[in-house]
Ligand binder design. Structure first.
Ligand code: NAP
Length: 242
């Protein structure tokens, strides 16, 4: 049995990734923070399509909570390991820097950066031992070019890119790849309050992307076909120059 863990799998891009990995034959561990109803819906969609999934609730920013849930899972699955990890959980707390509150800064850093650290440190260990694994981190256009009103988010996503490149070097000798997917504007709950008609004009393709389009890229990076790609940042943004 092959397992894939997707953080933030209850909604948006994470849900689409869960469905795609289930389609590839993985039993998907759907992590989420608070939205149990949405996570249950992801699970139902997977099962309706003939796939397998388990719910795995924890706040990725809470290292102890993550550790205890993952330890319990490991105890119940002594012969299994998580071969694919998609660090997708993320939040936005936009504000210009001069007005940015400590909570807005720290919550974004904690979710993206500390979440990556707590979960990946734990999960990659077995991949290294088994000599096969895929870590795919969802960053953002914002972490490559910087976006006004997002110093916290741009910083967190840029840090995720740096960490991924360093980890890729550590893991490469053991056939474990570490890559970054950097979406531009994608339709999801995260972007539903943005002025879409204005922002669409910034995109050469004239539209927002879909969560399914991002999921297809993640699925490719998770596959055996991507075995020789590591330490890369792959943009998926409709042509916005980065
Ligand atoms: P979304 O629709 O807002 O969904 C966010 C997901 O992350 C939810 O499943 C949420 O769980 C989970 N989550 C948030 N904080 C968490 C925490 N502390 N612990 C565990 N899970 C947590 O967002 P999205 O648009 O799909 O974005 C997914 C990823 O893509 C994020 O990293 C985001 O930064 C990145 N991204 C998105 C876009 C875009 O345009 N949408 C562009 C570039 C990058 P609950 O349901 O429990 O709240």
């Amino acid at each position: 049995m092959q397992y894939a863990l997707v953080t933030g799998g209850s909604r948006g891009i994470g849900r689409a990734v869960c469905l795609k990995l289930a389609e590839m034959g993985y039993t998907v561990l759907i992590n989420y923070n608070t939205n149990t109803a949405a996570a249950e819906q992801t699970k139902s969609l997977i099962e309706a399509a003939g796939g397998k999934a388990e719910l795995m609730a924890f706040d990725v920013a809470d290292g102890e909570a993550a550790d205890s849930v993952l330890t319990a899972w490991q105890e119940n699955h002594p012969d299994d390991y998580i071969g694919v990890l998609v660090n997708n959980a993320g939040i936005r707390r936009d504000n210009t820097l001069v007005f940015m509150q400590n909570e807005e800064w720290h919550s974004v850093m904690d979710t993206t950066m500390n979440g990556f650290f707590y979960i990946t440190r734990r999960v990659i260990k077995d991949m290294l031992i088994k000599r096969w694994g895929r870590v795919i981190n969802i960053a953002s256009l914002s972490g490559i070019k910087g976006m006004a009103g997002q110093t916290n988010y741009s910083a967190a996503k840029a840090a995720l890119i740096g960490a991924s490149k360093a980890l890729a070097l550590e893991a490469a000798p053991r056939k474990v790849t570490v890559n970054v997917v950097a979406p531009g504007f994608i339709d999801s709950d995260m972007t539903k309050d943005l002025p879409k008609d204005e922002l669409k004009k910034l995109v050469p393709m004239g539209r927002f992307g879909s969560a399914d389009e991002v999921a297809d890229l993640v699925a490719f990076l998770a596959s055996d076909k991507a075995a020789y790609i590591t330490g890369e940042v792959i943009s998926i943004n409709g042509g916005i120059y980065t």
